[in-house]
Design a protein around this ligand. Structure first.
Ligand code: PA5
Length: 426
């Protein structure tokens, strides 16, 4: 499903050198014996997930689709990025679906929050509040505002029928509130961290509400689980990709630029950045993950990539087929000189842009490129991709000898902020 094309790396990887280490780390992951081993619930999740909850997700998603105009997904970081990435990737950026999906709880911006509340106030909206801890400040503030708006509109009873919670099975403020209020509640299992949670209700409920096929998403994930369970580096594309990243770091690259040629995959880039940034960026280690959309960003960042400091390599997700195509029309006057493309499809042009850029960056820019070849973009392949990147990330972080599943660094700004806000104990 994903083929790693390593022919554009400039300096090839000596895979043999990594074979033994990869096998050892593979065993560590599968035997759950490495650092952070209590957060490996995602590993076999595509085979092990709770079928009863899965059916409940579909049932409530139908209820939301049948009864509301808008779903507000309220969460931050791992508690929203996967769902957003999937919904935008699969519905596109101008969806005409009957249910609009809006994201809140991922910012303190008063302007953004005001604008969302103002936009939904006269619409029939439901809320899916997602927080494992139940105490994340951005999400909690936004949820307070949403709940109060719903209660004003519908009364306390009415609001209860429009709120869905996704949180820890037993613990946390949101769990207590959801139990007290009787909100339908989905579970984020204790052994799965936020950024590895897209296949749990955290991702699945909003994705199903968006009218997308979560059965196919899980089937794609299952295939990736099977394909990436092979301990041999030579037969495991996720491990190959992890080793390439590690090798690039060794070659003094400090930045990985995640590239697609699809604007609707910008949020997939955001999901990727969180996954790799939070999993690897610790103990002074890790590649800085960033993302770009070509050809758009070739007109901005393109200059730096081609000619600037040689700090980065590129990871390109390339689809063999587009889902839709557009034919370029002929024009009598041909003032723009485009008639040489008349009758050709736009995806053909995008494809030539990809090939031309690959060569320019590799050959004259001396920027290494790894291309991840994917047949097409749909629920199945996206499920496959999510799992592929998570498995590669675990391998990649362990190659760096860091714990892929914690994020101690994110607490420091919170402490300072709480102190400034006058929170008790800070
Ligand atoms: O990956 C992570 O663990 C984080 O990004 C969390 O998902 C994020 O901080 C939100 O946390 P919570 O779900 O507890 O509100």
């Amino acid at each position: 499903m994903i083929k790693v094309n390593d022919k554009h790396l400039i300096k090839g990887v000596d895979y043999k050198k990594y074979e033994k280490t990869v096998k050892e780390i593979h065993e560590m992951i599968h035997e759950k014996s490495g650092p952070g081993n209590d957060f490996l619930g995602w590993l076999n999740y595509p085979t092990m997930y709770d079928r009863v909850e899965f059916e409940a997700i579909k049932k409530y998603a139908k209820y939301v689709r049948d009864n509301f105009e808008v779903l507000v997904v309220c969460g931050i970081g791992g508690s929203y990025l996967g769902a957003r990435a999937a919904i935008e990737a699969l519905r596109g950026l101008h969806s005409q679906d009957k249910l609009e999906i809006i994201f809140l709880g991922q910012t303190f911006s008063s302007d953004y929050t005001y604008e969302v509340l103002d936009y939904i106030k006269d619409k029939k909206f439901a809320v899916n509040v997602i927080s494992k801890s139940g105490t994340t400040t951005e999400t909690s503030i936004a949820f307070r505002l949403l709940r109060s708006l719903l209660e004003k509109k519908l009364g306390v009873e009415g609001a209860r029928k429009a709120i869905f919670a996704t949180t820890d099975k037993e613990r946390g403020a949101l769990k207590t509130l959801a139990t007290n209020e009787g909100y339908p509640t989905f579970v984020l299992p204790g052994d799965i961290g936020g950024r590895y949670s897209v296949f749990t209700a955290v991702g699945l409920f909003p994705i199903a509400c968006a009218g997308l096929n979560i059965d196919q998403l899980m089937l794609g994930a299952l295939q990736a689980q099977k394909d990436t369970a092979n301990p041999s580096l030579f037969d495991n594309e996720a491990y190959k990709y992890a080793v390439i990243r590690f090798d690039q770091k060794r070659q003094q690259k400090s930045v990985e630029l995640f590239v697609t040629y699809e604007p609707k995959l910008v949020q997939l880039g955001e999901w990727f950045k969180q996954l790799y940034g939070e999993s690897e960026g610790k103990d002074g280690k890790g590649l800085f993950p960033t993302s770009a959309t070509f050809s758009t960003d070739l007109h901005s960042l393109g200059q730096f990539i081609q000619d600037g400091s040689k700090c980065l390599f590129e990871t390109i997700v390339h689809f063999e087929k587009a889902n839709h195509d557009v034919e370029i029309p002929s024009d009598k006057l041909d003032l723009d000189g485009l008639n040489y493309l008349a009758g050709k499809n736009l995806n053909y042009v995008n494809e030539q842009a990809f090939k031309g850029t690959l060569e320019a960056h590799e050959k004259s820019g001396q920027v290494p490129n790894v291309v991840l070849e994917v047949e097409k973009l749909d629920e199945y392949t996206l499920g496959y991709m999510f799992y592929f990147f998570m498995k590669a990330c675990a391998m990649s972080a362990y190659l760096l000898k860091v714990n892929p599943f914690n994020q101690p660094g994110v607490e420091i700004y919170k402490k300072n902020m709480f102190h400034l806000l006058g929170k008790k104990g800070y």
